[in-house]
Design a protein around this ligand. Structure first.
Ligand code: PLP
Length: 389
């Protein structure tokens, strides 16, 4: 039974909507389908404005431009994240200050943020790892008191919430990703969420190559001109049409993924109770979206052995981020505040299990049985002391 790690879900409406775009001859951005996606995001997130972007990376780059990040500024974030979280701000000349995560949620440790703040701190970028909420009330309090901007990296977190408030609605800005590995996919695509109304007009300008073309298309001005910094940050209608088909089915997609997540969680409980591995922890009040199911092994060596064992069983199990502070790009552009022990711990022990809409209960059970068989064989060989499972 070959089980791939990721299998992008296609709803069946994508081609119909793309054909509609062909026939309408409105191929560039911000046509009917972009507007539908914007409206959907604005309703679901409850934000001032949502703007589709070509990627989550582009949304983060727009956030850095909107905040006028410049040389000498510091931006605090976890090291356990994707490179774009950092690069978007490095591109504007900022120094990244990496702080540790907590072992339970794999999210930035709010207490560590406070210690890292200096007079140069301009922004904090919490990453909602696996769609599980960061401690947003604590982060917002720390940042609001000091007038530091919060940009949520919500790449994993579409339709997750914290006490009913959508992730992506806390910071002044947030970025989502619709890369083919995410819950809602469009190949490559993303969205910038703007919660601070004062930033809406400038965001539109930055996204339209530094011009006020959005206002022109709305008939608010009779010609458009160069206004500010900007770039080409809007995707074509073809991407938007694909994404709209996904948004229409977002409830079904997330429900299926959450059910699979829950099945893993229940089935792996005995292994956790036997002290063989650890399962994810949901922050209190958090409602996650079934984006990633992972386990944490007891040692780094065990994670690699389990991963190879599963791969031999044709199960696509993969590790996740190599901490950014250890990567070659870090030396010139970042510093570390405090120790990053939890980051090193999680990065070396975390194993992501297959999760997609089409994954069957039988396949989930096969993955769980294979994990149990791995531990049984280690116990038999005397490599582990735990009681039989
Ligand atoms: C936490 C995080 N932020 C940002 C991104 C970038 O998103 P995209 O691939 O859409 O550019 C990713 C991509 O996986 C990510 O995991």
């Amino acid at each position: 039974m070959k089980i791939s790690f990721n299998y992008p879900h296609i709803t069946g409406k994508e081609l119909e909507y793309i054909k509609d775009v062909f026939e309408s001859r409105h191929l560039c951005g911000d046509g009917k389908y972009s507007q539908l996606c914007h409206g959907w995001l604005e309703e679901k997130i409850g934000c001032e404005r949502a703007l589709l972007t070509p990627s989550g990376t582009a949304a983060l780059e727009m956030a850095a431009l909107l905040l006028d990040i410049k040389e000498g500024d510091e931006v605090i974030m976890p090291s356990f994240t994707f490179v774009s979280t950092a690069n978007a701000f490095v591109l504007r000349g900022a120094k990244i200050v990496f702080v540790d995560i907590t072992r339970d949620t794999c999210n930035i440790d709010a207490g560590e943020i406070e210690k890292a703040i200096t007079s140069m701190t301009r922004a904090v970028v919490p990453v909602h790892y696996a769609g599980i909420a960061c401690d947003m009330p604590a982060i917002m309090k720390i940042c609001d008191e000091r007038d530091i901007a919060v940009v949520e990296d919500a790449a994993h977190a579409i339709l997750s919430n914290h006490n009913g408030k959508a992730l992506g609605s806390f910071g002044s800005l947030a970025a989502f990703s619709f890369h083919e590995t995410k819950n809602l996919v469009a190949g490559e695509a993303g969205a910038l969420i703007i919660n601070d109304a004062r930033m809406v007009e400038r965001a539109e300008i930055i996204r339209e190559k530094g011009t006020n073309r959005s206002q022109f298309f709305r008939g608010q001005i009779d010609k458009y001109t160069w206004q500010d910094l900007g770039s080409s940050f809007l995707p074509s209608e073809l991407q938007a049409a694909f994404l709209w088909a996904q948004m229409e089915e977002a409830g079904f997609i997330n429900a299926r993924r959450q059910a699979t997540w829950e099945m893993y969680h229940q089935a792996l409980k005995p292994l956790e109770e036997n002290g063989l591995l650890r399962r994810p922890t949901i922050s209190p009040g958090g409602m996650q979206n079934g984006h990633i199911y992972y386990v944490l092994t007891n040692t780094a060596e065990e994670r690699d052995e389990l991963m190879h064992y599963l791969v031999r069983e044709e199960i696509g199990a993969v590790f996740h981020y190599i901490p950014l502070h250890d990567a070659p790009g870090a030396a010139k552009h970042s510093r570390v505040c405090g120790n990053l022990d939890n980051t090193a711990y999680v990065s070396s022990r975390l194993l992501r299990l297959p999760l997609s809409v089409s994954l069957s209960q039988e396949q989930v059970q096969f993955v769980v049985d294979s994990i149990a068989a791995f531990y049984q064989s280690r116990i038999r060989k005397g490599q582990l002391q735990q009681a039989a499972l």
